[in-house]
Design a protein around this ligand. Structure first.
Ligand code: SAH
Length: 250
């Protein structure tokens, strides 16, 4: 079991009092009790082994035992730039992207985006927090404010990017060979653009290409946007790990 605690509240000397909501979850759902071990993450990459010092339904306090170093972050940051989807689909994409290793999500307002007014950053951030706890990541990915597509492209610096287009592009493995460490190029963050339900226009793809993005295919069939987003982050994450492992062993 892993709980997120804001870094300001983590102290090795004093106990940490968990929120009423987290306390209730631990005690009533997970049946946690005094003496149980628990993992604590600060959401920014640090993680600790801790134990429960006292537990009641509203108040759980824990003591840090030692810092631990989970090795579950990708060497290159994957930023999912997602054409905003309707309601629950966006929630699901955020949850799965966090599980699959994305380091941030940028909701994009594109030509064919419909839900312009339904952005709920705090709700999405909470989904990201819970997903990070669930999968034991020490990093809680940042869910950014929705950005207009044009502003998003103009605001990028020092980046690599790929854009998935339903009308075709090069193979993902080829695109990644050009970008990830251990191969020709190197970049800290890889921006991965996936369109909304209505897809990406040819113009949007060509301005991204002009900004240095590589146009990539996700295979022979057109996927639903939410499927595409999940597959994109999963495939990018797995291939980056493979390329890295090969680079280390050669
Ligand atoms: N409504 C559109 C499809 C949109 S799919 C149509 O019928 O043509 C939504 C997004 O998922 C796309 O913009 C793209 O980013 C991604 N996507 C879906 N299938 C894909 C594929 N085969 N290759 C690359 N990207 C794909």
């Amino acid at each position: 079991m892993t709980v997120y605690v804001h870094p300001d509240e983590i102290s090795k000397k004093h106990g940490i009092l968990l929120s009423a909501e987290k306390s209730r979850y631990l005690v009533t759902v997970l049946r946690s009790k005094e003496g149980d071990e628990i993992n604590v993450i600060d959401g920014r990459g640090r993680a600790y082994r801790a134990c429960i010092a006292s537990a009641s339904k509203k108040n759980v306090s824990i003591n840090i035992i030692e810092e631990v170093f989970p090795q579950n972050e990708s060497s290159i940051k994957i930023v999912l730039c997602q054409g905003m989807l309707k309601g629950e689909k966006m929630d699901m994409v955020i949850q799965k992207a966090v599980e699959l290793g994305a380091s941030a999500v940028i909701p994009l307002v594109t030509e064919r985006t419909i839900p312009r007014h339904t952005a709920k950053i705090s709700r999405w951030q909470k989904i990201a927090e819970e997903a990070a706890e669930q999968c034991g990541r020490a990093v809680v990915p940042d869910i950014k404010e929705p950005a207009e597509y044009k502003d998003f492209l103009e605001g990028l610096t020092n980046y690599c990017g790929i854009i998935f287009w339903e009308q075709g592009g090069i193979k993902l493995s080829e695109a990644l060979k050009r970008t990830v460490p251990g191969s020709r190029g190197r970049c800290e963050s890889l921006y991965v653009v996936v369109g909304p339900e209505g897809g990406l226009s040819e113009h949007e793809v060509s301005v991204a290409e002009a900004a240095g993005f590589i146009r990539v295919s996700l295979g022979k069939r057109i996927l639903r946007a939410e499927t595409a987003a999940i597959v994109a982050v999963a495939a990018v994450g797995l291939m980056i790990d493979d390329i890295e492992a090969q680079a280390c062993s050669s």
